[in-house]
Design a protein around this ligand. Structure first.
Ligand code: NAP
Length: 475
Protein backbone atom coordinates (compact mmCIF):
# COMPACT_ATOMS: atom_id res chain seq x y z
CA UNK A 1 0.00 0.00 0.00
CA UNK A 2 1.31 3.39 -0.97
CA UNK A 3 1.97 6.26 1.46
CA UNK A 4 1.65 9.61 -0.26
CA UNK A 5 3.69 12.66 0.75
CA UNK A 6 2.49 16.27 1.05
CA UNK A 7 3.59 19.15 -1.15
CA UNK A 8 5.11 22.01 0.82
CA UNK A 9 7.07 24.91 -0.64
CA UNK A 10 7.92 22.95 -3.77
CA UNK A 11 9.13 19.89 -1.83
CA UNK A 12 7.56 16.44 -1.37
CA UNK A 13 7.44 15.91 2.39
CA UNK A 14 7.05 12.55 4.16
CA UNK A 15 6.05 12.41 7.82
CA UNK A 16 5.47 9.65 10.38
CA UNK A 17 1.78 10.31 11.02
CA UNK A 18 -0.70 9.41 8.29
CA UNK A 19 -4.40 9.36 7.38
CA UNK A 20 -5.72 5.97 6.24
CA UNK A 21 -7.86 6.20 3.14
CA UNK A 22 -10.74 3.72 2.95
CA UNK A 23 -12.45 2.48 -0.21
CA UNK A 24 -16.18 2.80 0.61
CA UNK A 25 -17.01 -0.03 -1.81
CA UNK A 26 -14.91 -2.57 0.10
CA UNK A 27 -14.15 -0.87 3.46
CA UNK A 28 -10.48 -1.74 2.81
CA UNK A 29 -7.66 0.73 3.45
CA UNK A 30 -6.29 1.58 -0.01
CA UNK A 31 -3.67 4.22 0.75
CA UNK A 32 -2.15 6.43 3.39
CA UNK A 33 -1.41 10.13 3.18
CA UNK A 34 1.09 11.92 5.41
CA UNK A 35 -0.16 14.57 7.82
CA UNK A 36 1.47 17.61 9.40
CA UNK A 37 0.80 19.66 12.52
CA UNK A 38 -0.29 23.26 12.95
CA UNK A 39 3.31 24.55 13.08
CA UNK A 40 3.91 23.15 9.58
CA UNK A 41 0.78 24.91 8.36
CA UNK A 42 2.07 28.18 9.85
CA UNK A 43 5.31 27.63 7.92
CA UNK A 44 3.33 26.91 4.75
CA UNK A 45 1.52 30.24 5.17
CA UNK A 46 4.90 32.00 5.58
CA UNK A 47 6.29 30.31 2.47
CA UNK A 48 3.13 31.11 0.51
CA UNK A 49 3.51 34.75 1.57
CA UNK A 50 7.11 34.81 0.30
CA UNK A 51 6.01 33.21 -2.99
CA UNK A 52 3.19 35.74 -3.38
CA UNK A 53 5.53 38.61 -4.34
CA UNK A 54 6.87 36.81 -7.41
CA UNK A 55 3.59 35.20 -8.46
CA UNK A 56 1.56 38.41 -8.39
CA UNK A 57 4.26 40.13 -10.45
CA UNK A 58 3.71 37.75 -13.36
CA UNK A 59 1.33 38.87 -16.07
CA UNK A 60 -2.12 37.32 -16.08
CA UNK A 61 -1.17 35.65 -19.34
CA UNK A 62 1.87 33.99 -17.74
CA UNK A 63 -0.17 32.76 -14.77
CA UNK A 64 -2.79 31.46 -17.19
CA UNK A 65 -0.09 29.55 -19.08
CA UNK A 66 0.78 27.76 -15.82
CA UNK A 67 -2.87 26.87 -15.25
CA UNK A 68 -3.10 25.48 -18.77
CA UNK A 69 -0.03 23.33 -18.09
CA UNK A 70 -1.71 21.91 -14.97
CA UNK A 71 -4.78 21.18 -17.12
CA UNK A 72 -2.57 19.42 -19.69
CA UNK A 73 -1.10 17.23 -16.93
CA UNK A 74 -4.54 16.37 -15.58
CA UNK A 75 -5.74 15.44 -19.05
CA UNK A 76 -2.69 13.25 -19.63
CA UNK A 77 -3.37 11.38 -16.38
CA UNK A 78 -7.16 11.28 -16.67
CA UNK A 79 -7.60 7.47 -16.46
CA UNK A 80 -5.20 7.03 -13.55
CA UNK A 81 -6.63 9.92 -11.50
CA UNK A 82 -10.24 8.92 -12.26
CA UNK A 83 -9.49 5.48 -10.85
CA UNK A 84 -8.09 7.03 -7.68
CA UNK A 85 -11.20 9.22 -7.22
CA UNK A 86 -13.36 6.10 -7.55
CA UNK A 87 -11.19 4.17 -5.09
CA UNK A 88 -11.35 6.81 -2.36
CA UNK A 89 -14.82 8.25 -2.98
CA UNK A 90 -16.66 5.28 -4.49
CA UNK A 91 -18.34 7.12 -7.37
CA UNK A 92 -18.76 5.33 -10.73
CA UNK A 93 -15.64 5.57 -12.89
CA UNK A 94 -17.38 7.50 -15.68
CA UNK A 95 -18.41 10.15 -13.15
CA UNK A 96 -14.82 10.38 -11.85
CA UNK A 97 -13.64 10.91 -15.43
CA UNK A 98 -16.35 13.57 -15.76
CA UNK A 99 -14.99 15.27 -12.66
CA UNK A 100 -11.55 15.46 -14.26
CA UNK A 101 -13.06 16.82 -17.48
CA UNK A 102 -14.79 19.57 -15.51
CA UNK A 103 -11.60 20.32 -13.52
CA UNK A 104 -9.70 20.76 -16.79
CA UNK A 105 -12.42 23.07 -18.07
CA UNK A 106 -12.31 25.17 -14.88
CA UNK A 107 -8.52 25.49 -15.14
CA UNK A 108 -8.75 26.61 -18.77
CA UNK A 109 -11.59 29.05 -18.03
CA UNK A 110 -9.63 30.72 -15.23
CA UNK A 111 -6.44 30.64 -17.33
CA UNK A 112 -8.35 32.89 -19.72
CA UNK A 113 -9.88 34.98 -16.94
CA UNK A 114 -6.37 35.70 -15.61
CA UNK A 115 -6.02 38.10 -18.55
CA UNK A 116 -9.26 39.88 -17.74
CA UNK A 117 -8.98 41.13 -14.16
CA UNK A 118 -10.26 44.46 -15.42
CA UNK A 119 -10.61 47.60 -13.39
CA UNK A 120 -12.45 50.67 -14.71
CA UNK A 121 -12.18 54.43 -15.09
CA UNK A 122 -15.08 56.29 -13.54
CA UNK A 123 -16.18 59.77 -14.67
CA UNK A 124 -15.20 62.42 -12.10
CA UNK A 125 -17.53 64.99 -10.55
CA UNK A 126 -14.97 67.32 -8.95
CA UNK A 127 -12.72 69.38 -11.20
CA UNK A 128 -9.15 68.21 -11.47
CA UNK A 129 -9.79 64.65 -10.27
CA UNK A 130 -9.77 61.30 -12.00
CA UNK A 131 -11.00 58.02 -10.51
CA UNK A 132 -9.68 54.54 -11.14
CA UNK A 133 -11.02 51.26 -9.82
CA UNK A 134 -8.30 48.63 -9.77
CA UNK A 135 -8.25 44.93 -8.90
CA UNK A 136 -5.34 43.41 -6.99
CA UNK A 137 -4.71 39.92 -5.57
CA UNK A 138 -5.34 39.36 -1.88
CA UNK A 139 -2.31 37.32 -0.77
CA UNK A 140 -2.28 33.86 0.80
CA UNK A 141 -5.53 31.93 0.35
CA UNK A 142 -6.49 28.86 2.39
CA UNK A 143 -8.78 26.38 0.63
CA UNK A 144 -10.67 23.69 2.56
CA UNK A 145 -12.45 21.10 0.44
CA UNK A 146 -15.06 18.34 0.88
CA UNK A 147 -14.98 14.66 -0.14
CA UNK A 148 -17.97 14.47 -2.46
CA UNK A 149 -16.30 16.05 -5.52
CA UNK A 150 -12.79 15.95 -4.12
CA UNK A 151 -10.94 17.15 -7.21
CA UNK A 152 -13.23 19.55 -8.99
CA UNK A 153 -14.27 21.47 -5.87
CA UNK A 154 -10.61 21.99 -4.95
CA UNK A 155 -9.85 23.17 -8.48
CA UNK A 156 -12.81 25.56 -8.31
CA UNK A 157 -10.91 27.35 -5.55
CA UNK A 158 -7.27 26.90 -6.55
CA UNK A 159 -7.63 27.89 -10.22
CA UNK A 160 -9.27 31.31 -9.70
CA UNK A 161 -7.12 32.10 -6.65
CA UNK A 162 -3.95 31.47 -8.67
CA UNK A 163 -5.28 33.18 -11.79
CA UNK A 164 -5.93 36.31 -9.71
CA UNK A 165 -2.31 36.31 -8.49
CA UNK A 166 -2.72 34.80 -5.02
CA UNK A 167 -0.89 31.83 -3.55
CA UNK A 168 -2.89 28.88 -2.18
CA UNK A 169 -2.74 26.21 0.49
CA UNK A 170 -5.20 23.33 0.03
CA UNK A 171 -6.50 21.18 2.88
CA UNK A 172 -8.55 18.38 1.32
CA UNK A 173 -11.16 16.29 3.18
CA UNK A 174 -9.52 13.49 5.16
CA UNK A 175 -11.67 10.87 3.41
CA UNK A 176 -10.33 11.77 -0.06
CA UNK A 177 -6.84 13.27 0.08
CA UNK A 178 -5.14 11.12 -2.58
CA UNK A 179 -6.54 12.91 -5.63
CA UNK A 180 -5.31 16.16 -4.04
CA UNK A 181 -1.79 14.68 -3.92
CA UNK A 182 -2.07 13.72 -7.59
CA UNK A 183 -3.26 17.24 -8.37
CA UNK A 184 -0.19 18.58 -6.53
CA UNK A 185 1.93 16.31 -8.77
CA UNK A 186 0.35 18.05 -11.77
CA UNK A 187 1.19 21.42 -10.21
CA UNK A 188 4.77 20.23 -9.70
CA UNK A 189 5.01 18.98 -13.28
CA UNK A 190 3.69 22.33 -14.52
CA UNK A 191 6.67 23.94 -12.74
CA UNK A 192 4.84 26.54 -10.70
CA UNK A 193 7.29 28.48 -8.53
CA UNK A 194 7.77 26.95 -5.07
CA UNK A 195 5.23 27.94 -2.44
CA UNK A 196 2.61 29.11 -4.94
CA UNK A 197 0.34 26.07 -4.53
CA UNK A 198 0.81 23.80 -1.50
CA UNK A 199 -0.94 20.80 -0.02
CA UNK A 200 -1.40 20.03 3.67
CA UNK A 201 -3.36 17.29 5.46
CA UNK A 202 -4.19 16.73 9.10
CA UNK A 203 -6.48 18.18 11.75
CA UNK A 204 -9.10 20.35 10.06
CA UNK A 205 -9.96 22.22 13.23
CA UNK A 206 -6.35 23.11 14.09
CA UNK A 207 -5.52 24.12 10.53
CA UNK A 208 -8.63 26.27 10.31
CA UNK A 209 -7.60 27.99 13.54
CA UNK A 210 -4.18 28.73 12.07
CA UNK A 211 -5.74 30.16 8.90
CA UNK A 212 -8.13 32.26 11.00
CA UNK A 213 -5.44 33.51 13.42
CA UNK A 214 -2.56 34.05 11.01
CA UNK A 215 -2.67 37.61 9.64
CA UNK A 216 -0.67 36.53 6.57
CA UNK A 217 -3.57 34.33 5.49
CA UNK A 218 -5.89 36.81 3.77
CA UNK A 219 -8.84 34.65 2.77
CA UNK A 220 -10.43 31.30 3.53
CA UNK A 221 -12.49 29.55 0.90
CA UNK A 222 -14.48 26.61 2.22
CA UNK A 223 -16.81 23.96 0.79
CA UNK A 224 -18.56 21.69 3.24
CA UNK A 225 -21.34 21.53 5.79
CA UNK A 226 -23.31 24.53 6.99
CA UNK A 227 -22.38 23.54 10.55
CA UNK A 228 -18.64 23.96 9.91
CA UNK A 229 -19.33 27.07 7.82
CA UNK A 230 -20.97 28.66 10.85
CA UNK A 231 -17.93 27.78 12.99
CA UNK A 232 -15.69 29.52 10.47
CA UNK A 233 -17.93 32.59 10.49
CA UNK A 234 -17.64 32.80 14.28
CA UNK A 235 -13.87 32.29 14.11
CA UNK A 236 -13.45 34.89 11.36
CA UNK A 237 -14.79 37.67 13.57
CA UNK A 238 -11.47 38.24 15.34
CA UNK A 239 -9.60 39.39 12.27
CA UNK A 240 -12.61 40.07 10.07
CA UNK A 241 -11.17 37.38 7.80
CA UNK A 242 -12.87 37.26 4.40
CA UNK A 243 -14.67 33.97 3.76
CA UNK A 244 -16.18 32.31 0.72
CA UNK A 245 -18.57 29.59 1.87
CA UNK A 246 -20.15 26.87 -0.27
CA UNK A 247 -22.37 25.07 2.22
CA UNK A 248 -25.23 22.60 2.37
CA UNK A 249 -28.21 22.45 0.06
CA UNK A 250 -31.71 21.01 0.05
CA UNK A 251 -32.79 21.37 -3.55
CA UNK A 252 -36.43 21.15 -4.54
CA UNK A 253 -37.61 19.88 -7.92
CA UNK A 254 -40.96 21.24 -9.15
CA UNK A 255 -42.62 19.27 -11.94
CA UNK A 256 -45.59 21.05 -13.52
CA UNK A 257 -48.40 19.45 -15.53
CA UNK A 258 -47.28 21.26 -18.69
CA UNK A 259 -43.80 19.67 -18.55
CA UNK A 260 -42.46 17.15 -21.03
CA UNK A 261 -42.96 14.20 -18.70
CA UNK A 262 -40.14 11.99 -20.00
CA UNK A 263 -37.66 14.88 -19.94
CA UNK A 264 -38.80 15.75 -16.41
CA UNK A 265 -38.30 12.18 -15.18
CA UNK A 266 -34.88 12.03 -16.80
CA UNK A 267 -33.88 15.42 -15.35
CA UNK A 268 -35.14 14.57 -11.87
CA UNK A 269 -33.24 11.25 -11.98
CA UNK A 270 -30.00 13.12 -12.68
CA UNK A 271 -30.58 15.66 -9.91
CA UNK A 272 -31.22 12.82 -7.46
CA UNK A 273 -28.86 9.98 -8.28
CA UNK A 274 -25.75 11.61 -9.78
CA UNK A 275 -22.82 11.09 -7.41
CA UNK A 276 -25.00 8.63 -5.45
CA UNK A 277 -27.08 11.55 -4.20
CA UNK A 278 -24.04 12.97 -2.41
CA UNK A 279 -24.04 16.31 -4.15
CA UNK A 280 -24.73 19.70 -2.61
CA UNK A 281 -27.00 20.44 -5.59
CA UNK A 282 -28.75 17.04 -5.40
CA UNK A 283 -32.51 17.25 -5.20
CA UNK A 284 -33.81 16.29 -1.77
CA UNK A 285 -37.53 16.75 -2.40
CA UNK A 286 -39.46 16.33 -5.60
CA UNK A 287 -42.86 18.05 -5.81
CA UNK A 288 -45.08 16.94 -8.71
CA UNK A 289 -48.35 18.57 -9.74
CA UNK A 290 -51.24 16.30 -8.79
CA UNK A 291 -52.58 15.68 -12.32
CA UNK A 292 -49.37 13.89 -13.38
CA UNK A 293 -48.20 12.70 -9.97
CA UNK A 294 -48.97 8.95 -10.31
CA UNK A 295 -47.76 8.83 -13.92
CA UNK A 296 -44.51 10.55 -12.92
CA UNK A 297 -44.06 8.16 -9.99
CA UNK A 298 -44.51 5.10 -12.25
CA UNK A 299 -41.83 6.23 -14.65
CA UNK A 300 -39.50 7.47 -11.91
CA UNK A 301 -39.71 4.18 -9.98
CA UNK A 302 -39.20 2.16 -13.17
CA UNK A 303 -36.01 4.10 -13.96
CA UNK A 304 -34.80 3.93 -10.36
CA UNK A 305 -35.18 0.14 -10.36
CA UNK A 306 -33.07 0.00 -13.53
CA UNK A 307 -30.09 1.71 -11.86
CA UNK A 308 -27.15 -0.60 -11.23
CA UNK A 309 -25.63 -0.13 -7.77
CA UNK A 310 -22.13 -1.39 -7.06
CA UNK A 311 -18.40 -0.76 -6.90
CA UNK A 312 -17.65 2.24 -9.09
CA UNK A 313 -14.95 0.25 -10.87
CA UNK A 314 -17.50 -2.33 -12.14
CA UNK A 315 -18.90 -1.91 -15.64
CA UNK A 316 -22.34 -0.33 -15.97
CA UNK A 317 -22.59 0.87 -12.37
CA UNK A 318 -24.40 4.20 -12.04
CA UNK A 319 -24.82 4.35 -8.25
CA UNK A 320 -21.88 3.74 -5.91
CA UNK A 321 -21.61 3.39 -2.14
CA UNK A 322 -22.17 6.12 0.45
CA UNK A 323 -18.93 7.60 1.74
CA UNK A 324 -19.06 5.88 5.15
CA UNK A 325 -21.20 4.08 7.72
CA UNK A 326 -22.42 7.40 9.15
CA UNK A 327 -23.75 8.52 5.78
CA UNK A 328 -25.53 5.21 5.30
CA UNK A 329 -27.04 5.29 8.80
CA UNK A 330 -28.38 8.82 8.26
CA UNK A 331 -30.04 7.78 4.98
CA UNK A 332 -31.64 4.69 6.59
CA UNK A 333 -32.92 6.90 9.44
CA UNK A 334 -34.47 9.32 6.95
CA UNK A 335 -36.22 6.42 5.18
CA UNK A 336 -37.53 4.98 8.45
CA UNK A 337 -38.68 8.37 9.69
CA UNK A 338 -40.57 9.08 6.44
CA UNK A 339 -42.33 5.69 6.35
CA UNK A 340 -43.26 5.97 10.02
CA UNK A 341 -44.89 9.30 9.19
CA UNK A 342 -46.95 7.70 6.43
CA UNK A 343 -44.77 7.88 3.29
CA UNK A 344 -45.11 4.99 0.80
CA UNK A 345 -41.87 3.11 0.11
CA UNK A 346 -42.03 2.38 -3.64
CA UNK A 347 -38.61 0.84 -4.12
CA UNK A 348 -35.30 0.31 -2.35
CA UNK A 349 -35.02 1.20 1.31
CA UNK A 350 -32.42 -1.35 2.41
CA UNK A 351 -28.69 -1.69 2.79
CA UNK A 352 -27.20 -4.02 0.16
CA UNK A 353 -26.07 -7.36 1.52
CA UNK A 354 -22.43 -6.99 0.59
CA UNK A 355 -19.29 -5.39 1.91
CA UNK A 356 -19.29 -1.58 1.61
CA UNK A 357 -21.70 1.26 2.38
CA UNK A 358 -24.32 0.52 -0.27
CA UNK A 359 -27.94 1.58 -0.14
CA UNK A 360 -30.58 0.45 -2.65
CA UNK A 361 -31.74 3.48 -4.68
CA UNK A 362 -34.93 4.42 -2.87
CA UNK A 363 -38.18 6.15 -3.80
CA UNK A 364 -40.62 7.43 -1.19
CA UNK A 365 -44.01 8.84 -2.21
CA UNK A 366 -46.51 11.05 -0.34
CA UNK A 367 -43.78 12.18 2.01
CA UNK A 368 -45.30 14.55 4.59
CA UNK A 369 -43.76 17.98 5.11
CA UNK A 370 -42.78 17.05 8.68
CA UNK A 371 -40.48 14.18 7.62
CA UNK A 372 -36.79 14.78 8.28
CA UNK A 373 -35.89 14.30 4.60
CA UNK A 374 -38.17 17.23 3.67
CA UNK A 375 -36.10 19.64 5.75
CA UNK A 376 -32.61 18.09 6.17
CA UNK A 377 -30.01 17.19 3.56
CA UNK A 378 -30.16 13.36 3.10
CA UNK A 379 -27.00 13.16 0.93
CA UNK A 380 -27.92 9.71 -0.38
CA UNK A 381 -29.82 8.01 -3.25
CA UNK A 382 -33.18 8.55 -1.56
CA UNK A 383 -35.88 10.35 -3.56
CA UNK A 384 -38.71 11.90 -1.54
CA UNK A 385 -41.79 12.86 -3.55
CA UNK A 386 -44.99 14.69 -2.71
CA UNK A 387 -47.86 16.16 -4.78
CA UNK A 388 -48.83 19.83 -5.06
CA UNK A 389 -51.80 21.62 -6.57
CA UNK A 390 -50.89 25.20 -7.51
CA UNK A 391 -47.79 27.08 -8.63
CA UNK A 392 -48.01 29.36 -5.59
CA UNK A 393 -48.04 26.33 -3.29
CA UNK A 394 -45.07 24.79 -5.10
CA UNK A 395 -43.00 27.97 -4.77
CA UNK A 396 -43.93 28.34 -1.12
CA UNK A 397 -42.87 24.76 -0.36
CA UNK A 398 -39.67 25.11 -2.38
CA UNK A 399 -38.72 28.22 -0.41
CA UNK A 400 -39.65 26.78 2.99
CA UNK A 401 -36.05 25.87 3.81
CA UNK A 402 -33.11 27.62 5.43
CA UNK A 403 -31.05 26.46 2.42
CA UNK A 404 -31.04 27.98 -1.05
CA UNK A 405 -28.31 26.46 -3.19
CA UNK A 406 -30.08 25.02 -6.23
CA UNK A 407 -33.65 24.48 -7.37
CA UNK A 408 -35.08 22.77 -10.43
CA UNK A 409 -38.34 23.09 -12.31
CA UNK A 410 -39.79 21.31 -15.30
CA UNK A 411 -42.32 23.32 -17.32
CA UNK A 412 -42.89 24.48 -20.89
CA UNK A 413 -44.61 27.71 -19.87
CA UNK A 414 -42.36 30.70 -20.50
CA UNK A 415 -44.27 33.07 -18.24
CA UNK A 416 -44.11 30.53 -15.41
CA UNK A 417 -40.38 30.20 -16.04
CA UNK A 418 -39.92 33.91 -15.39
CA UNK A 419 -42.04 33.80 -12.23
CA UNK A 420 -39.96 30.87 -10.95
CA UNK A 421 -36.72 32.61 -11.86
CA UNK A 422 -37.76 35.66 -9.87
CA UNK A 423 -39.39 33.96 -6.89
CA UNK A 424 -37.35 30.83 -6.12
CA UNK A 425 -34.91 31.60 -3.29
CA UNK A 426 -31.94 29.82 -4.76
CA UNK A 427 -28.49 30.65 -6.11
CA UNK A 428 -28.88 28.30 -9.07
CA UNK A 429 -32.07 27.40 -10.92
CA UNK A 430 -32.28 24.66 -13.53
CA UNK A 431 -35.34 24.99 -15.75
CA UNK A 432 -35.72 21.74 -17.72
CA UNK A 433 -32.07 21.18 -16.78
CA UNK A 434 -30.81 18.81 -14.09
CA UNK A 435 -27.13 19.68 -14.55
CA UNK A 436 -26.82 23.47 -14.39
CA UNK A 437 -23.12 23.77 -13.44
CA UNK A 438 -20.75 25.25 -16.01
CA UNK A 439 -17.35 26.98 -15.74
CA UNK A 440 -18.55 30.32 -17.03
CA UNK A 441 -21.55 30.82 -14.71
CA UNK A 442 -21.62 31.59 -10.99
CA UNK A 443 -22.09 28.69 -8.56
CA UNK A 444 -23.23 29.27 -4.99
CA UNK A 445 -26.13 29.67 -2.65
CA UNK A 446 -28.38 32.09 -0.81
CA UNK A 447 -29.59 31.88 2.80
CA UNK A 448 -27.66 29.25 4.82
CA UNK A 449 -26.18 27.70 1.68
CA UNK A 450 -23.30 30.10 1.81
CA UNK A 451 -21.56 33.34 0.98
CA UNK A 452 -20.15 34.30 -2.39
CA UNK A 453 -19.89 32.54 -5.71
CA UNK A 454 -17.44 30.22 -7.43
CA UNK A 455 -16.93 29.96 -11.20
CA UNK A 456 -17.92 32.58 -13.77
CA UNK A 457 -16.46 36.06 -13.55
CA UNK A 458 -17.73 36.14 -9.95
CA UNK A 459 -15.45 33.18 -9.12
CA UNK A 460 -12.42 35.26 -10.04
CA UNK A 461 -13.65 38.38 -8.29
CA UNK A 462 -13.88 36.39 -5.04
CA UNK A 463 -10.05 36.39 -4.95
CA UNK A 464 -9.44 40.03 -5.89
CA UNK A 465 -9.46 43.17 -3.80
CA UNK A 466 -11.24 46.17 -5.30
CA UNK A 467 -9.44 49.47 -4.76
CA UNK A 468 -10.56 52.96 -5.64
CA UNK A 469 -7.70 55.27 -6.57
CA UNK A 470 -8.62 58.96 -6.63
CA UNK A 471 -6.12 61.05 -8.56
CA UNK A 472 -5.86 64.76 -7.84
CA UNK A 473 -4.37 65.75 -11.17
CA UNK A 474 -5.39 69.37 -11.21
CA UNK A 475 -6.44 69.14 -14.84
P1 NAP B 1 -17.60 18.88 6.35
O1 NAP B 1 -17.66 17.85 7.38
O2 NAP B 1 -18.02 20.25 6.69
O3 NAP B 1 -16.11 18.85 5.81
C1 NAP B 1 -15.66 19.69 4.78
C2 NAP B 1 -14.22 20.06 5.01
O4 NAP B 1 -14.13 20.81 6.21
C3 NAP B 1 -13.28 18.86 5.17
O5 NAP B 1 -12.04 19.18 4.60
C4 NAP B 1 -13.16 18.76 6.68
O6 NAP B 1 -11.96 18.16 7.10
C5 NAP B 1 -13.17 20.22 7.07
N1 NAP B 1 -13.57 20.47 8.46
C6 NAP B 1 -14.16 19.64 9.34
N2 NAP B 1 -14.30 20.25 10.53
C7 NAP B 1 -13.79 21.49 10.40
C8 NAP B 1 -13.65 22.61 11.27
N3 NAP B 1 -14.08 22.58 12.53
N4 NAP B 1 -13.09 23.72 10.77
C9 NAP B 1 -12.67 23.79 9.50
N5 NAP B 1 -12.75 22.76 8.64
C10 NAP B 1 -13.32 21.63 9.08
O7 NAP B 1 -18.48 18.51 5.08
P2 NAP B 1 -18.43 17.16 4.24
O8 NAP B 1 -19.17 16.14 5.01
O9 NAP B 1 -17.05 16.87 3.78
O10 NAP B 1 -19.22 17.59 2.93
C11 NAP B 1 -20.57 17.47 2.82
C12 NAP B 1 -21.23 18.83 2.96
O11 NAP B 1 -20.64 19.75 2.05
C13 NAP B 1 -22.68 18.80 2.60
O12 NAP B 1 -23.42 19.57 3.50
C14 NAP B 1 -22.72 19.42 1.22
O13 NAP B 1 -23.94 19.99 0.86
C15 NAP B 1 -21.64 20.43 1.33
N6 NAP B 1 -21.17 20.79 0.01
C16 NAP B 1 -21.45 22.03 -0.47
C17 NAP B 1 -21.05 22.39 -1.74
C18 NAP B 1 -21.35 23.75 -2.30
O14 NAP B 1 -20.76 24.08 -3.30
N7 NAP B 1 -22.23 24.53 -1.71
C19 NAP B 1 -20.37 21.46 -2.52
C20 NAP B 1 -20.11 20.20 -2.01
C21 NAP B 1 -20.51 19.88 -0.73
P3 NAP B 1 -11.89 16.62 7.54
O15 NAP B 1 -12.34 15.85 6.36
O16 NAP B 1 -10.45 16.44 7.86
O17 NAP B 1 -12.80 16.48 8.71
Amino acid sequence: MKTYPLYLNGQWVKTQKTIRVVNPSTTEVVAEVCTVDRAAVAQAVKDAHVAFAGWRALTGKARGAHLNKIADELEKRRDEIARVITLENGKPLAQSAGEIGMSVDHLRWFAEEARRAYGRIVPHQADGKRHLVVKTPMGVVAAIGPWNFPLVLAVRKIAPALAAGNTVILKPASATPVCAVLFAECVDAAKLPKGVSQLVAGSAREFAQEFLDNPLCRKITFTGSTEVGKELIRGAANQVKPLSLELGGHAPVLVFEDADLDAAVEGAMITKFRNTGQSCIASNRIYVQRGIYEKFLDKFVQQTRALKTGDGLEDGVSVGPLINEEGLTKALEHIQDATQRGARLLCGGKRLKRQGYFLEPTVLADVPAGAACMSEETFAPVAALAPFDTEAEAIERANASPYGLSAYAFTRDLRRTFRLMEQLESGMIGINDGVPTTSQCPFGGVKQSGWGRELGIEGMDAFLETKHVSLGLGI
